[in-house]
Design a protein around this ligand. Structure first.
Ligand code: IMP
Ligand code: MG
Length: 180
């Protein structure tokens, strides 16, 4: 544990702050879709698993969860072309869909995903993203955003560096020497 903590520059968003923001997002989504019948939340694995689990437990409207797994051809910290490793189980045609993502860095992944899922003709398609690197991904369509963060590498609460540090209940900034 001590060794792992040594890789952190600082805790960027602590557990209480994450949980209160998730409560707000769930309330906002519940209010906006209260007459929609039901919604489908599409979580992008693995990064969104914790955010998804906390978010859905606070929704007060009928909902379903489904997951996709994507892979980028890039290196561990650089984005590349996107490939679908695991597709949705269910058809989203005519459904109210919300993509649940962990982070927007360049915007590559969410752009690809949004375009691809739109071709399946959902009734509506929105995005709920835990963190966005401010300045870097301006102008991208995010309907529900947890936190704007600086352009640093973050881990925890689902986010990883080469699959490490995913399960912390907070979001931490890594020391640059760990990922550069
Ligand atoms: P984008 O396609 O450049 O927006 O990058 C999105 C993907 O890169 C996310 O789904 C993450 O898997 C990964 N990513 C980008 N920045 C970070 C970070 O700071 N920590 C952990 N994963 C990141
Ligand atoms: Mg990742």
């Amino acid at each position: 544990m001590v060794k792992l903590y040594n890789e952190f520059e600082r805790v960027l968003v602590d557990e209480d702050t994450i949980q209160s923001r998730v409560t707000e997002l769930a309330a906002q989504i519940s209010a906006e879709y209260k007459d929609a019948g039901s919604i489908v939340l599409v979580g992008i694995l693995k990064g969104s698993f914790m955010f998804m689990a906390d978010l859905v437990r606070q929704l007060t409207i009928p909902h379903y969860v489904d997951f996709m797994s994507l892979s980028s051809y890039g290196t561990s910290t650089e984005s590349g072309a996107v490939r679908v490793l695991l597709d949705l189980r269910a058809d989203i045609y005519g459904k109210n869909v919300i993509i649940v993502e962990d982070i927007i860095d360049t915007g590559n992944t969410i752009n690809y995903l949004h375009t691809m899922l739109n071709t399946r003709q959902p009734a509506s398609l929105k995005t709920c993203v835990l963190t966005r690197k401010e300045d870097k991904a301006k102008g991208l369509p995010v309907d529900y955003l947890g936190f704007e963060i600086p352009d640093v590498w973050v881990v925890g609460y689902g986010l990883d560096l080469a699959d490490r540090h995913r399960t912390w209940p907070f979001i931490a900034e890594l020391k640059p020497e760990v990922y550069q």
